[in-house]
Design a protein around this ligand. Structure first.
Ligand SMILES: Cc1cc2nc3c(=O)[nH]c(=O)nc-3n(C[C@H](O)[C@H](O)[C@H](O)COP(=O)(O)O)c2cc1C
Length: 442
């Protein structure tokens, strides 16, 4: 929740088209959105109109994970350049991007994110992750280090970066033209940190922003991730398919924060949600069938595994038979299986079951705005999330659909704010002031 005790909402801004790989071909979508910074700016402005607290730009940069012959890449041309463009054309919304602690020099990260924080007047957030894909490592001519080394470096990198952020004293900048004093030299000092993995002399010649320094985010689910986030992060970008799983994750991060002497409310757990908002369920499913194209059928085999039954591809437009529903055995390995069976039991055809997004990366709401509002309310009130990051199916109209059809319901229910309470990301999140390192955790 935010400072006013209400839920937080972020927008996932990946490739400019939307979260479904077919989004680039949908009617009304500019097929050149991939390279259009103007379109990214417009999308961020739509989220700001909906009073979202932040936009989130994931980043590898690794392999594109899609078949570029027919599908758009998932990621962004360059997350920092995109956020710089957005910063100039928005006023309130927080600007968050992933930056790998494994494949970047901490000094570069410190400098880029703090410069963005200055440019945006205190709206920057850094999603500090360690990278886990060999495809990312390959772009740097490396192999993925062990988890111990990745997280060892990450702990050092965050400390070093926050030290650099604090190395320009809070009140050091005088810039008094009359007296001729530009800055207090004795308050801008080297950090001289050298760890096992990273080091820097400093200082970083950037004064504080309106929020002091950028907010630390983290995304990951391993015990190492809990420790890193519990120590440094104010926000966790999460992925969970059930209320129970989300609540367990949220509690694990809160417990880790507590173990470092922090107040658990200083760390916000943000669950993922993918949306197809339409006037009714049928319209939403038809849109997703159009979007999914042949890739929906590629998930057919996997659906059989999730339900433990064999399905006849020629009966794709038929619901499951009584016998199939009775003999279904949920996969123990996939937490999405129970939702797939729930949808199947409602009598939807096999194609419609797939169109519900039962094999997507996050829970999917395909239907009228009220269904998304109900989902968010249920999770929020169950203590499963402090907020949500929304991945619309198609950005060009999906962001507006959420803003116009879901946000007002959440506001009427008293679950989401009606106006920004502040102009900084720190203020939106309701997290404590911090400048430099947090002495409680080092
Ligand atoms: C919701 C979510 C978002 C993530 N975003 C990114 C990202 O933008 N870039 C990236 O390289 N990894 C991303 N990751 C991967 C994690 O940083 C992490 O490497 C992965 O979960 C493996 O965990 P481990 O490294 O602790 O073993 C994300 C993970 C989750 C759950």
């Amino acid at each position: 929740m935010n400072a006013a005790g209400k839920m937080l909402i972020g927008l996932h801004l990946g490739n400019g088209y939307g979260s479904q790989s077919g989004a680039w071909r949908m009617p009304g979508v500019d097929s050149e959105s991939y390279t259009s910074f103007d379109i990214r700016v417009k999308q961020a402005q739509a989220a700001e109109r909906g009073k979202f607290q932040f936009i989130f730009l994931p980043d590898g940069p690794g392999a594109i994970m899609t078949d570029i012959e027919t599908e758009s890449p998932v990621f962004n041309l360059d997350v920092m350049m995109t956020l710089a463009a957005v910063a100039r054309e928005t006023q309130y919304i927080g600007l968050v991007a992933t930056g790998s602690t494994t494949f970047n020099e901490p000094f570069n990260l410190a400098r880029q994110f703090k410069a963005l924080d200055i440019m945006s007047h205190g709206r920057a957030g850094w999603n500090a992750i360690t990278s886990s894909g060999e495809d990312v490592a390959a772009n740097y001519g490396k192999r993925i280090p062990s988890s111990q080394d990745r997280y060892g470096r990450a702990h050092e990198a965050v400390q070093l970066i926050q030290s650099l952020w604090g190395s320009w004293g809070k009140d050091a900048w005088i810039h008094d033209q009359k007296s001729g004093q530009f800055a207090k030299k004795d308050q801008i000092l080297p950090i001289n940190l050298q760890g096992k993995y990273v080091g820097s002399r400093g200082p970083l010649y950037i004064p504080p922003s309106e929020q002091g320094q950028p907010i630390i985010f983290h995304a990951g689910g391993s015990p190492n991730a809990h420790q890193l986030a519990g120590r440094f992060a104010n926000v966790v970008i999460g992925a969970a398919f059930t209320i129970e799983d989300a609540r367990a994750q949220r509690n694990a991060f809160r417990a880790a924060a507590k173990s470092y002497g922090r107040d658990p409310d200083e760390i916000k757990y943000i669950a993922g949600l993918m949306t197809t908002i339409a006037k009714d369920r049928r319209t939403a499913l038809d849109r997703r069938i159009q979007l999914g194209g042949s890739s929906l059928m590629q998930k057919f085999d996997y659906l059989q595994k999730m339900l433990g039954i064999s399905l006849d591809p020629s009966l794709i437009n038929e619901p499951l038979s009584e016998v199939q529903l009775e003999t279904a055995r949920l996969s123990r390995y996939d937490p999405r299986s129970s939702n797939a069976l729930k949808i199947a039991r409602q009598g939807w055809s096999v194609l419609d079951i797939l169109a519900h997004g039962v094999i997507d990366y996050h829970p999917v709401v395909a239907g009228p705005g009220v269904e998304a509002a109900d989902h968010m309310q249920a999770w929020y009130e169950a203590g499963a999330a402090d907020g949500f990051w929304i991945s619309p199916d198609v950005n060009s109209d999906g962001i507006d659909a959420f803003v116009d059809q879901v946000v007002p319901l959440l506001q009427e229910r008293g679950l989401f704010h009606k106006e920004y309470e502040s102009k900084t990301l720190r203020g939106h999140l309701g997290v404590p002031d911090q400048y430099g390192i947090d002495h409680r955790v080092v």
